[in-house]
Design a protein around this ligand. Structure first.
Ligand code: ADP
Length: 268
């Protein structure tokens, strides 16, 4: 992590939110320390994206609190908040074909400057961010011609160029092939080891086992379980969240993995 950056501590406290009279989140609370990688699990529609929108200050009609370093996010201007917490979207195709470096420079717009005329400091921040995720060599390549995994790393670099130290990632491995999933998650893990606090949503228990420090599982608007994945991700929890039976195994190195138990084929 570049020098002089303050590492932030996040606390979500008693957060509840409803769309009209449909409750989506009830009494949700957890913390995220600097350097921690937290996996957010839960079936489609469980409220993960809504929770992220509340944490990013985009959804204001919630009860409870989102605290950064002990004070509510509503006390900060959007520009100040963007320097602390950044959203990393899934890979997408922008309508214009920017070079990787330019995509990252757009993240520095959060620092209140016109990205079209980047100052030296902003250019340096963008170069550093590319370096941090190991893709400096792609700086002049056009975003659209990069692989899905490389695009995802560019989007992560863009968040880093904001100078944010808390990153929120909505399924960063969706749409990626197996190799790119592992490469992206490995980079994400490395960032967390370097002091970034990271929340990512995932549907893959094996990714949670391999990469996360803690998980929070959302089910029926509430936190169904929270804690280290090895303690929390049980066959019972997976059945509750996703409605499938699984076996959880441990290899000789102690690595846990999850295998679905398929129903036996009906005999004719
Ligand atoms: P997840 O990210 O876990 O899939 P979401 O936060 O997107 O879940 O959605 C949670 C619930 O809120 C779902 O039932 C969804 O249909 C509903 N929802 C999401 N966005 C809106 C919206 N803008 N208006 C009304 N309901 C919404």
């Amino acid at each position: 992590m570049p020098a002089g950056i303050i590492r932030s501590y996040l606390e979500v406290r008693n957060l509840s939110f409803a769309y009209g009279n449909q409750a989506v989140l009830r009494d949700v609370g957890f913390t995220l320390q600097p350097g921690e990688l937290l996996g957010m699990l839960g079936p489609n529609g469980a409220g993960k994206s809504t929770l992220f929108r509340c944490i990013l200050g985009l959804e204001k009609n919630h009860t409870g609190q989102v605290l950064l370093d002990g004070t509510g996010i509503e006390t900060r201007s959007p520009t100040v908040l963007a320097k602390q917490i950044a959203y990393v979207p899934q890979t997408h195709y922008p309508s214009f074909n920017y070079a990787a470096l330019d995509m990252v420079l757009m993240g520095t717009a959060a620092q209140g400057r016109e990205w079209a005329l980047p100052r030296t400091a902003q250019r340096q921040a963008a170069e550093e961010a590319l370096e941090q995720v190991g893709i400096s060599h792609l700086r002049q390549r056009s975003f659209r011609q990069l692989s899905g995994g490389e695009q995802q790393l560019v989007l992560i670099a863009r968040a880093l160029a904001q100078k944010a130290t808390l990153l929120i990632m909505d399924e960063p491995t969706a749409n990626l092939d197996y190799g790119n999933q592992i490469r992206v998650l490995f980079q994400v893990k490395t960032l967390s080891r370097n002091g970034y606090g990271i929340i990512l949503s995932t549907h893959n228990p094996d990714h949670a086992f391999l990469f996360t420090d803690r998980v929070v599982a959302l089910h029926n608007t509430r936190i169904a379980a929270a804690g280290p994945p090895a303690e929390v991700l049980t066959p019972e929890l997976i059945a509750l969240l996703y409605g499938v039976q699984v076996l959880i195994r441990q290899d000789e190195q102690g690595v846990l993995s999850c295998t679905p138990v398929l129903p036996t084929a009906a005999s004719s």
